[in-house]
Write a protein that binds this ligand. Sequence first.
Ligand code: COA
Length: 304
Amino acid sequence: MSEDLRLETASSLDGAAASADEVLALAARAAEADGVEAISEAFRLALTSGRGEVTHTLAYSGQSLAGYAARDASGSAELVVDPPSRRHGVGRALLRSVLDAGASGVWAHGDLPAAQALATSEGLVSTRELHVMERPVRDGDDGDPELPEGFSVRAFEPGRDEQAWLDVNRLAFASHPEQGSITLEDLQERMAQDWFDPAGFLLVEDTTVTQDGGAHPLAAFHWTKREPDSDTGEVYVVGVHPAYQGRGLAGPLTGLGTAHLARSGVTTIELYVDGDNTRALATYRRAGFEDAAVHVVYGHSSAP
Ligand SMILES: CC(C)(COP(=O)(O)OP(=O)(O)OC[C@H]1O[C@@H](n2cnc3c(N)ncnc32)[C@H](O)[C@@H]1OP(=O)(O)O)[C@@H](O)C(=O)NCCC(=O)NCCS
């Protein structure tokens, strides 16, 4: 480690020598150089809102910010080094710092050669893979597919559908910790983003059952995302209530969201899916998606 390298760890950047804006600017320079964002949406939101149990580690070379690492309460960490400050030991110092502090896994978005080399040289192995899949929008994508008998689709209504969605999301993602543990506050934070559009948040209901008050139970959902003016739309979250799995909903559910995105005018559709989620991978491959990148979590092989 170079002699003038200093690490500062804090639960908030309020009293830190570097501001959230400086960290975001560093991350933007890295993304420009690497072609991939090192710091994911959840950590970027935590930086700007100050919310969430995130521990920040800032690396300074002399007076200037050279790198940044973040770790959340689940032990997931990310780190990034400013491109001009690379190959001076900053990344290794940040990596050791987050691991010493209890991080169980460090994300390497895009699994870049530098990250692979650093992780391997610290004795870490790949413990999880997240696939980024994409496909171009084609003629005919803008038509809605037919749902199986007994189901209908409508758009999410803010103020009415939050709890039902949280319940189904938790059940559908019981084995996917990040997505399954989303709270009402997390949902509302996403609903406050400029990309949020209830018309692209599709709810599939079981019309054969009517609950008190006349509502139908939520069976599945497809939440799409499109940043304002972007040519790319995202299959943001797709979930099927466990009681409705295996009934042929996955394919049409995927198609409803891609049709919505196609009508909104995007030219490419992308999505993120865990490497161990074989059923989802198969659904998306059948829908024409192919791997565009793979993000890897590095950790000790004994980590759960
Ligand atoms: C990966 C990253 C954090 C490395 O930061 P860094 O400050 O350049 O890393 P260090 O100087 O501490 O390098 C430590 C070791 O990693 C390996 N390494 C780092 N960059 C490398 C490269 N471009 N090619 C080959 N090996 C590399 C080397 O073994 C190096 O040791 P050495 O310099 O003694 O040979 C940086 O490239 C980065 O910010 N990448 C984008 C974000 C990312 O991938 N984060 C995930 C990290 S697991």
